[in-house]
Ligand binder design. Structure first.
Ligand code: MRU
Length: 374
């Protein structure tokens, strides 16, 4: 397959089994970048290999970046946004255009290829649009290419800064001995570094509070067990893994007193789109009077769309009918496999952003946060 021929696994020194990885004297969030620009190439952690192997892949063709987004080599809304921006930077370098018009044409084509990979996380459109805007800022082809690369690199650096600011705001909501449930992976691996929901958890721990995390395994792709449990354990944060089906049990038993998740898209009304199962966790939290928080950067907000406009990605049936190569369902069974669901604002206690916390009623509160950024 073309994809595998082109992709190069670099830095095999890191390719090791999990037990050796844990011995590395580095923190996932401070030492590793999920995605970065290095010597005119995009380097990313192949998340499909975690937690068993830490493999870095290097791409010089934007089509490979698109494929990496589609196949979950890179995933998580902010990480997808930055990957899209880097993908366009590659497209700019790949273009043989001699005029601005031709370069913009090539970039538009690449934008569409990258945009079509995953429909729900708004950060992808955010990342692509930001680069397309910059591409219009000069008339000189060389200058445009330089501007695009500079901007994409800056966006990646700002992602970490944004997450750390989100962490500072969010940590104030958490107390000593909190038992925090999280769903999916909104960690360093879902961003360039530090994480959104897990960034808040990291900041809470860094502020000296003792906390315990309960991570759901997050079927069918297991981002909770493969990624969240991995990165928290690796960084020395107390974490227990539960099957998705034990959310009610854990809350009923008092094992959880707060919930925090990330988001793929948040509407101006406070409707939150996140990994499938988030809605169930929020409903269960409501039933048990447990505060339910969402942490996401302003780049995850979609102030224009209404709930009926949002496309929920439907993924391949094999994610549900088999575990690895082992078949776990009858042949030809009908499968419904949505990757995301929507949590309505009435189930949400607060939305933590890099500029502050939105509280109900969300429409007003979100407006104020955006104004404060201007
Ligand atoms: O399908 P994925 O793994 O890309 O889904 C990721 C999530 O739903 C995350 O919770 C969300 O992107 C927040 S990431 C900071």
């Amino acid at each position: 397959m073309l994809f595998f021929e082109i992709r190069i696994i670099i830095n095999i020194g890191y390719e090791t089994d999990n037990s050796k990885l844990v011995k590395l004297k580095t923190k996932i969030h401070s030492s590793l970048r999920t995605v970065e620009w290095k010597n005119n190439a995009v380097v990313m952690i192949d998340q499909t290999k975690l937690p068993n192997k830490l493999v870095f892949v290097k791409y010089t063709d934007y089509k490979d970046v698109a494929n990496a987004i589609r196949t979950l080599v890179v995933r998580g809304a902010p990480a997808i946004g930055i990957s899209g921006a880097f993908g366009l930077a590659l497209a700019a370098l790949q273009s043989k255009a001699k005029s601005k018009e031709k370069l913009l044409e090539d970039l538009e084509k690449a934008r569409n290829t990258l945009f079509e990979t995953r429909p729900t996380a708004i950060n992808l459109a955010w990342g692509l649009d930001k680069i397309m805007k910059v591409a219009n800022k000069s008339n000189n082809v060389t200058e445009i290419k330089k501007l695009i690369i500079q901007t994409a690199k800056k966006m990646a650096e700002e992602d970490i800064e944004t997450n750390m600011n989100m962490g500072k705001h969010g940590a104030a909501l958490f107390e000593n001995n909190d038992r925090i449930m999280t769903h999916c992976n909104a960690g360093a691996l879902a961003t360039v570094g530090y994480g959104t929901a897990l960034g808040v958890i990291r900041a809470t721990k860094e502020s000296g509070k003792k906390i315990k995390v309960i991570a759901t395994e997050t079927r069918p792709v297991m981002q909770g067990s493969r990624l969240t449990a991995f990165e928290l354990k690796h960084d020395g944060i107390d974490v227990s893994l539960i099957p998705d089906t034990a959310v009610g049990y854990a809350m009923f038993k008092g094992l959880v007193n707060k919930v925090i998740v990330g988001a793929d898209r948040i509407l101006r009304t406070g409707h939150v789109y996140n990994k499938i199962g988030t809605y169930q966790v929020a409903m269960m939290a409501k039933q048990h009077n447990i505060p339910f928080y969402v942490a996401a950067p302003l780049s995850t907000f979609d102030l224009k769309s209404n709930p009926e406009d949002v496309i929920i990605e439907q993924r391949n049936r094999s994610e549900v009918t088999q575990i690895g190569d082992r078949k776990t369902a009858p042949d030809d069974i009908d499968v419904i496999n949505p990757a995301f669901d929507m949590t309505p604002p009435e189930l949400i206690t607060g939305i933590i952003t890099e500029v502050g916390i939105a509280k109900p009623s969300f429409e007003e509160s979100i407006k104020k946060l955006f104004k404060s950024k201007m």
